[in-house]
Design a protein around this ligand. Structure first.
Ligand SMILES: Cc1ncc(COP(=O)(O)O)c(C=O)c1O
Length: 386
């Protein structure tokens, strides 16, 4: 059933996000088709700020075969909300949580032999085996058995009576810099490890390597599935690895003018008067602050009536001020866009990330829980979170 519950009275909220789950589903569908293989939608970190459960539902509607999370508690939350289908915890899980993983039918990452042994011990006596994906470090320097020892890890898992070897994977460090040679080197090392596994009859069903940038720029490494995070939200992996135009942003971040007044020349604005009016200036207040994820720095900007305006001075915890001289008609109640489009103008999460000296990933992941999310689309089902 088609539902459209975007913005059901958003005017009563101080700041909110609008999230189009149909666009998320379409992004997943496009990326899966383009990769020509299986698709794991990475919904960790509250779906990169978009909402864990809604992002997961939309991804499944778009054809995601797997869901990827960072922590077991994220997987448990998905299960408790009725999300079915395979889920992989990509990060560390304490072996003592084996029975929880089995109970919720969640696959775990195992990246060294001692972890495999501990998990195997903890799983003794459970009704089912723990499904695991062996992770190899082919050049990320993060979790993963060193690729040259891949067979030792695979043999250890395969020889553990309470573990089921379901997958084998690695993670790219520099796929978002497609011109660099390191990703091809990682692919080569990983492919060699997959061949060794095949020769010994230890190749599991699911072999996977690509993140979003890998999916788009290294299609030769598609294996049995790709693991897309940032791209399913319509956000670019990097400036050097942009998305194709078919993939579109899912989230907008909005607020409203709650005060507009003209202040005389020489008026200090906000804490420490980091902005002082030079003439009689129109100053607006928006109820969004650093506690919402709008960083406390000078030089922030927003859209009002389709025009860019500057934040005047610093950002307070719950509010900040706009210099409204470019929009003389601005008045209380007008919509203000922090990320998204308005009357033909646009502010992207990439642009905000650049202004903050960070990346789009951190911008949306940093959207605070208290910012309500309004969802549109087939996967929405009348939810309001936050
Ligand atoms: C192991 C693993 N796979 C896949 C992803 C998805 O990466 P991206 O958001 O760049 O697509 C991540 C995210 O950091 C990850 O840690």
């Amino acid at each position: 059933m088609e539902t459209d519950n975007m913005n059901p009275g958003a005017e009563i909220y101080s700041t909110w996000c609008e999230i189009d789950l149909d666009v998320l589903s379409q992004n997943v569908r496009y990326l899966k088709k383009r990769s020509g293989t299986g698709m794991m939608a990475v919904v960790k970190a509250n779906g990169y700020g978009h909402g864990l459960v809604p992002a997961a539902r939309a991804a499944r509607l778009g054809g995601a075969d797997w869901l990827g999370v960072a922590r077991l508690e994220e997987a448990v939350w998905l299960r408790e909300e009725g999300i079915t289908g395979p889920i992989l915890v990509l990060g560390y899980t304490a072996p003592q949580r084996a029975s929880e993983a089995a109970h919720y039918d969640v696959s775990l990452t195992v990246y060294d032999r001692s972890l495999a042994a501990q998990l195997n011990r903890q799983a003794a006596g459970l009704k089912q085996k723990i499904k695991v994906h062996a992770k190899l470090d082919t050049g990320m320097g993060r979790l993963g058995e060193l690729v040259e020892n891949s067979q030792d890890l695979l043999r250890a898992i395969a020889g553990s009576e309470n573990l089921e070897l379901e997958g084998l994977f690695t993670h790219f460090a520099r796929a978002d810099e497609p011109e660099r040679p390191e990703t091809a080197e990682q692919i080569q090392r990983f492919s060699a490890a997959v061949r060794r596994a095949e020769q010994e009859g230890l190749r599991p069903r699911w072999v996977h390597a690509c993140n979003s940038a890998g999916t788009l720029y290294f299609p030769e490494a598609a294996f049995d599935m790709v693991r897309c995070g940032i791209a399913i939200y319509g956000l670019h992996p990097s400036n050097l690895a942009p998305l194709p135009p078919e993939v579109r942003p899912v989230l907008s971040w909005k607020t409203r003018l709650v005060s507009v007044k003209t202040l005389p020349p020489g008026s200090g604005i906000g804490y420490n008067h980091r902005y002082v009016t030079r003439a009689a200036e129109r100053i607006g207040v928006i109820p969004v602050g650093y506690a919402d994820g709008f960083r406390r720095r000078l030089g922030n900007f927003a859209l009002v009536a389709g025009k860019r305006v500057n934040v005047a001075g610093g950002v307070c915890m719950d509010q900040c001020m706009l210099q409204l001289d470019p929009i003389p008609q601005a008045q209380i109640g007008d919509e203000v866009v922090l990320i998204g489009a308005q009357a033909g103008e646009q502010i992207t999460a990439e642009e905000v990330g650049e202004a903050w000296g960070t990346i789009n990933y951190e911008v949306t992941c940093g959207l605070a829980a208290r910012v309500p999310r309004f969802y549109r689309g087939q996967a929405a089902g009348g939810m309001l979170i936050g």
